[in-house]
Design a protein around this ligand. Structure first.
Ligand code: NAD
Length: 467
């Protein structure tokens, strides 16, 4: 594999140290990736700080053009980026390609937005205007499940608003991000965009840094709490997109055959490593057996293999730590429920676990109460809709949820009673750049996507004039 570098102050530079990046489908080291020292992190922040005044003063039309050029560069290099993504992340090449093109789509979408001045009052007594000003240096911290996609939730809105950035990908998936940085290095003025990588040891230095004005973080709830505590000292703005334990609620009038595919994809896409995946499925007792049967059919038919192989539907778990964690959930499933599909690791190199369906399980087991973040779905039985809603809401998380029914009105009523940032009806995981997205309860703070997401990278300034 080729060499990777950091982007600091407009230059591609080697890391102070290196770290291995492993292909989760083979457990082989792909490459030694640069690993930053704290000095390099500080250099990146200093470069972003120095570049901020000129970038903030650049007309938005100019910034917009450069974001579109970045989108074009992503599209032109999609095949390379997607291949690197599959090798480091594990997902099938078709999914990596969709993620890369989706990333370009987010760049194009945010480039189409504006930050217009709003006149709040224009009267005899006063004129009041509201402006959206940039914040300064943004620290963007990315997890390992959608390295490129999640980058595109943060980078283009932050840049459009006139901020500069230091980006830190996850230690097990830094390569596609660093490749992207290299491809766009010459598009922006030096220092506007900086990329480093760490071995899970520089997050705190970034969130603590006095010259960083905002942290946009996506990752686990546990780390999110650390980010919030660390950012408090300098009163940084924060956006936190955290974990989830999404419930799918299948009402008694749903047709198991018709909804099974959508539920299966909602639970197992990216091998279940999706913040918004269905992580608990509540099914009415009258259709419980049939629903389990349909899901088992799909699980048994799924092609689980190296993402580079054509026809692969599900790749491996992304890293050894997550693989071991999901193995723990399998033990729990065997103890507290009945495994009716999958349930075992695959006898081959790589972190492969077949899609697993667990029935006759309920609250009190780890698989139901915690976020499994892997291809293991517990299917729970309920007898009354109010009871299902209560059980679905009985979690500290509140990211997404879905209701499955052939009666839209009934489904809508249930949806409105679920405590989640997004509730889908007869689908799950349908997202688009113009649809705002954020978590309730311990699933996060703030919003991404859409105008709301753009505004989070700005400071509101009011100018109030006497008449
Ligand atoms: P993680 O919290 O372990 O790591 C996320 C990022 O935080 C990584 O870049 C990591 O290096 C960095 N980090 C580690 N310690 C830090 C610290 N003390 N301060 C600052 N940053 C630090 O999460 P993960 O395991 O990479 O990702 C999986 C989790 O992310 C799951 O819980 C999943 O639900 C969640 N997630 C949420 C969303 C969302 O939009 N809500 C999207 C994707 C993933």
């Amino acid at each position: 594999m080729e060499n990777f570098n950091f982007l600091i102050n407009g230059r591609l530079v080697a890391g102070a140290k290196t770290m291995p990046v492993v292909n989760p489908a083979t457990e082989e080291v792909l490459v030694q990736c640069p690993r930053a020292s704290e000095e390099q992190l500080n250099e990146a922040v200093a470069a972003a700080k120095a570049a901020f005044p000129a970038w903030a003063a650049t007309p938005i039309e100019e910034r917009r053009k450069l974001i579109v050029r970045m989108a074009e560069t992503i599209e032109k290099n999609c095949a390379d980026l997607a291949r690197i993504l599959t090798q480091e992340q594990g997902k099938p090449l078709a999914d990596a390609t969709a993620e890369t093109m989706g990333m370009a789509g987010f760049f194009r979408y945010f480039a189409s937005l504006d930050l217009p001045m709003r006149v709040i009052e224009d009267s005899k007594g006063r004129k009041v205007e509201a402006y959206r000003r940039p914040l300064g240096v943004i620290g963007a911290i990315i997890p390992w499940n959608f390295p490129l996609m999640i980058l595109s939730f943060k980078l283009p809105p932050a840049l459009l608003a006139g901020n500069t950035l230091v980006v830190k990908p996850a230690p097990t998936t830094p390569l596609a991000s660093l490749k992207f940085a290299e491809l766009v290095a010459d598009i922006l003025p030096k220092g506007v965009l900086n990329f480093i990588a760490d071995a899970n040891d520089l997050g705190d230095a970034l969130t603590h840094h006095p010259d960083v004005r905002k942290i946009s973080f996506t990752g686990s709830t546990a780390t999110g709490k650390k980010v919030m505590a660390s950012a408090a000292e300098t009163l940084k703005r924060i956006t936190l997109e955290l974990g989830g334990n999404d419930a799918g609620v299948v009402l008694d009038d749903a047709k198991p055959k018709a909804v099974a595919k959508g539920i299966f994809e909602g639970a197992f896409q990216n091998s279940g490593q999706v913040c918004l995946a269905i992580k608990r499925l509540y099914v009415h007792e009258s259709i419980y057996d049939e629903m389990c049967h349909e899901l088992v059919q799909l699980a048994e038919a799924a092609v689980v293999d190296d993402g580079l192989k054509q026809g692969t539907q599900l790749g491996p778990l992304q890293n050894k730590m997550q693989y071991e964690k999901v193995k723990g959930f399998l033990d729990d499933a065997r103890k507290n429920g009945k495994v009716v599909a999958g349930g075992e690791v695959m006898d081959r190199p790589g972190y492969f676990i077949r899609p697993t369906i667990v029935r006759d399980i309920s609250e009190g087991s780890r698989l139901v109460d915690e976020e499994q973040f892997g291809p293991v779905l517990p299917v729970l039985k309920y007898s009354d809709t109010d009871e299902a809603i209560k059980r679905a809401n009985n979690t500290a998380y509140g990211l997404g949820a879905s209701v499955w029914s052939s009666n839209l009105e009934r489904a809508h009523d249930v949806a409105s009673r679920l405590e989640a940032g997004t509730v889908w009806i007869n689908k799950h995981l349908d997202m688009a750049p113009h649809i705002p997205f954020g978590g309730a309860k311990n699933s996060g703070l703030g919003t991404e996507f859409a105008e709301e997401g753009l505004n989070e990278f700005t400071q509101l300034q009011v100018i109030n004039m006497a008449r």
